[in-house]
Design a protein around this ligand. Sequence first.
Ligand SMILES: C=C(O[C@H]1C=CC=C(C(=O)O)[C@@H]1O)C(=O)O
Length: 403
Amino acid sequence: MHPRALNVFKILRRAGFHRPDRGHDGQVIEDYRPGSFLLTSPRRALLATGERQVVTDPDPDELAKRVTKLLVDSPVPVAVGALPFDDQAAPHIVLPDTARWSGPLPAYPRAPVGAAVSVEPVPSRAGYARAVACAVDSLRAGELRKVVLARSLRLTMAAPVDVRTLLANLVSDNAAGFTYAVDLPATTGRRTLVGATPEMLLSRTGTTVVANPLAGSIPRDQDPDKDRANGEALLASVKDHEEHRVVVEAVADALAPFCRSLDVPEKPSLISTTAVWHLSTRITGELLDPGVTSLRLASALHPTPAVCGTPVSAARATITALEPFGRGFYAGAIGWCDADGDGEWVVGIRCGELVEPVTGPSTMTLYSGAGIMPASVPDLEVTETSAKFQTLLRAMGLHLDLT
Ligand SMILES: C=C(O[C@H]1C=CC=C(C(=O)O)[C@@H]1O)C(=O)O
């Protein structure tokens, strides 16, 4: 090895940084500690620890430029973090002290995470159904083409939540998905967003970009025949294809100015998690300007109509009017960007926000949303969002009757 390359290699090793295509260290779940950043994908996992610097510029261009500049001289050439859904909240991008990659993670032995002493649905099931009916009226009046409405479950925990065990359970349940934990800004105590999303917002590898929007869902069923029938019903649903098309069009439109070529399949395919079936479209493109980073692209795409709606400003206003909570970083974007501009960003859904105050019990607020279209039936959206809660509930070992 050239002596200069050897030096660089030593510096990177000292900082704990290994490129995804080189090091396969494993143990990233075992080494997760509160405050760390973890993002796993079917291909690899990244664990980052410490906060050397935090970048919070609200302007997407400025944010990407600052991060790129900081990464040039950084001993750990990767930035990690989250973009909020809330457009009044600041992005939270961290230059960590260490970053370490592993290959795909194995399934872990199942372990308990912690019991809840109380569960408060916000809004109630009936309240959510009313909000959906209200959104359907707006959609039929033509002000909106699509809006995503969410509900939450606020769990007060009997004991501190073991996030490492929760992550291991999520990884084991969602091998085809993206499991994550992100430390969020908090005035006191600790806030962590933890979840396992099936949806990749964007990846950039060199000049190749890939986006994989999901929209249009139906619950899985324990009976294999009914389960297959559900998948087929989703593939045949005009309402769900329209709901999906809105997202694919928005993602393609947002990527188009950055790309010299874009491949958008005409029809979606069917994918599944353990809880739901989804319509999925994998969009690929070639960048015009190789200087555009994955963080810049993620900011340009986010929020897609998979989590917000179309038109964006009318959808945001409807969400603010109808959802009785602030989303914060739920439905945000979570990911990493390296010094070459490569990176991977996922949609921050199928998650819970863990709040650990300095004194008093921890709370875990789970979020679940559904795309609402003019043809939506409120009770079906209640059932769909109940199914989506199961990703977290199952991993926490909680059996709640949400019917
Ligand atoms: C907003 C969520 O899911 C989105 C992603 C995939 C499918 C969706 C749907 O079919 O409604 C949602 O748009 C959520 O899980 O909280």
